[in-house]
Ligand binder design. Sequence first.
Ligand SMILES: NC(=O)c1ccc[n+]([C@@H]2O[C@H](COP(=O)([O-])OP(=O)(O)OC[C@H]3O[C@@H](n4cnc5c(N)ncnc54)[C@H](OP(=O)(O)O)[C@@H]3O)[C@@H](O)[C@H]2O)c1
Length: 518
Amino acid sequence: MPTSPPLAPNPLRRGLVEDRAGEACAVVIFGASGDLTRRKLMPALYNLAWSRALPAGIAIVGVARGEKTDDSFRAGMREAVGRFSRRKPIEEALWADFERGLTYVRGAASDPATYESLRAHLARLDADRGTGKNRLFYLAVPPSEFGPIVEGLRASRLVGDAARGQDPNAWSRVVFEKPFGHDLASARELNDTIALAFNESQVFRIDHYLGKETVQNLLVLRFANLLFEPVWGREHVDHVQITVAEDIGVEGRGRFYEQTGVTRDIVENHLMQLLCLTAMEPPISLVADAVRDEKVKVLRALRPMELAEVNHNVVRGQYARGTVHGEEVPAYVEEPDVAANSRVETYVAMRCFVDNWRWSGVPFYVRAGKRLARRVTEIAIVFHEVPRTLFRASRLSGITPNVLSVRIQPDEGIALRFISKEPGQQTVLRDVAMDFRYGAAFGSNTPEAYERLLLDAMRGEATLFTRRDEVEAQWRYIDPVLSALGSEAPPLTYPAGSWGPDKADDLLTRDGCRWRKP
Ligand SMILES: NC(=O)c1ccc[n+]([C@@H]2O[C@H](COP(=O)([O-])OP(=O)(O)OC[C@H]3O[C@@H](n4cnc5c(N)ncnc54)[C@H](OP(=O)(O)O)[C@@H]3O)[C@@H](O)[C@H]2O)c1
């Protein structure tokens, strides 16, 4: 039987070899028994070890309140990595090496003894594992503990000049999980507390969307190709749609969601970041502050909304019972830990404007929601229609505006819809798509966002993290919206499995547009 020739190597994978490694350090994870550590952080660290991106001098220290030994902590983390790592099964030799660097310190955030134990522990690791007095503190704890931990680190002199000892190159950095603040006032207060212990260059505020390959690719798409930038603005773009849709409900996190709602959970951070990357001007370089300067300018250019504008430009909803992928699901108010009369929004759609030269008059329609028809995050640039004079005689129904859509998840990729002639004797027009799929082009095992972000934090690269002025500008825009929504009628309901409340369609139809059904 003839054998098929071996597959040629994929030329697009050339040069993708992981050639970056973190700097020697101790990664201290506060919240080591939590969901995030189990599902994301530890699998990400293991995968970095797999790709030889962890430095030789690495130690990972888990901190939480439960009683654990190093061995029981390692066993728990092995189980988590086995379940959640993108590479399966665990490689025994690699794990044996990896787990030697895993240790556990018991302690509560507000107890000074925690930091004393930690200091002694870290000193031992400097000697035993060569971590060089470098520390990456990762705060994977409820936001209420951010302040006490920063204060504990400061008061115990685990950060700052005293922590460096004789070594002027030793560094400490701190990573904050989201949500960062509950509103502008609390975000500012937290930033002030942090500033007492850390310089801004030491602070890494995570928005894990920025760690996604497709989000990073937005800047490459826009600024490494000649084709798109000249048409990227009001002269050619009719409007922009940004959708962050989930098909799941609150998944047992009712208590968290009752305090948050989709506007705080998704819009204030992820969605605003996607909007910034879509709308920003070319930065002067790709260093952190150059990119963040341009993002902040977009946030400052967002047209503020007072109460009357909120009523006109914002629609919020809450899911009722419905059917998602053929399965009947309960209403939001029937979920565990959710109040029967809850007014918390699980859907929000907004019509925003970036009042600068490039985007003047171009609406940005953004929406986010739970229990929608499908899980999809995409940015769609919808271009103006062409004049129809040439094609009067042909079937005009085929003419629709060109759309460039960037799919962030799932099926990561970029699609360009344009008009083509159908084969045949007559001129019949129809829209077709050129579709680039990340998985097919580069192979599907792309790094998880947390791998990229942890490695960047270990290397002190802050481009993909949110700066203080950026996070405060996000809240400054969202705060009045939240206050206005709070004083308004309860959210409109929409059936689970739909695309949100009907009224959200009006936001677009009155401008002559329609939501995409991606
Ligand atoms: N889970 C996710 O997918 C996800 C996604 C995005 C952002 N986040 C953010 O990440 C953070 C952690 O989320 P999570 O889902 O992992 O929460 P979680 O499962 O509730 O875990 C919280 C962790 O914090 C520790 N902790 C709580 N209070 C503490 C205290 N006073 N002192 C010391 N440790 C304390 C807990 O340990 P003990 O109770 O054992 O002490 C536990 O390890 C939150 O800010 C969350 O918003 C999570």
